[in-house]
Design a binder for this molecule. Sequence first.
Ligand SMILES: [Fe+2]
Ligand SMILES: [Fe+2]
Length: 231
Amino acid sequence: MTKIQSELPIFYETAHAELASALEMLAACKVTNSPKQALGYFMHAKDEYNHARYFFKMLSIRGRRSSIETARDFRFTPPSLITKGYISNKGFLVEKMMLKDFIAFVYTNELLAKSSFEKILNLVGRSTEEGKKISSIMTDELRHHGMAKKYFLKHYPALQPYQLMIYRLRETLNNRGRKIYDANLKFLDRLLTPLYRILAFVAGTLARKVNLSEFKREGKNLMEISSNSIL
Ligand SMILES: [Fe+2]
Ligand SMILES: [Fe+2]
């Protein structure tokens, strides 16, 4: 597997995750009644948009160096945020979760994001331009984690460390579940694509064999054509 082939799926998934975080943070910004919290969510959303934009940029650089077929597989369409499970079609997290769970979700996910960025950093190389940008994204993620942690400990001081561990475990399992779901979709795609191609081939062959001259109306008395005719 070439370097680009291993980079493309990782950048593609990360771009989705970053954009989904940006949308989740904007949704949280809209529903909060506290101006201070709204500003925090807004700045967080802005960071996530910038992260997503950078991953899309890295994707497009690699897309230009790949074959059309490969580039097509990694083309972004907004509905894939939902089909891939990054955004739920039942609503944003802030609408579905209690505030406590939502902050814990942010708290754990930002930490998990940092560890997945470590892998990306190894892929692109720490000293490259891209590596430096990834390092600055990691600093952002740690800042988000720190802000959520501060909020959490201030508002829910009675929370035990093991409870945060449970949150973290749950999110790790959710992330794994998303990967399995994605792998299943890819498997089905591999299975069904030859079938679609066979059907298209059969339909094309049939269409070629149909005598289209029968469909010409010129010089024909339409009154004499049978009422069952498709003309
Ligand atoms: Fe991010
Ligand atoms: Fe973040």
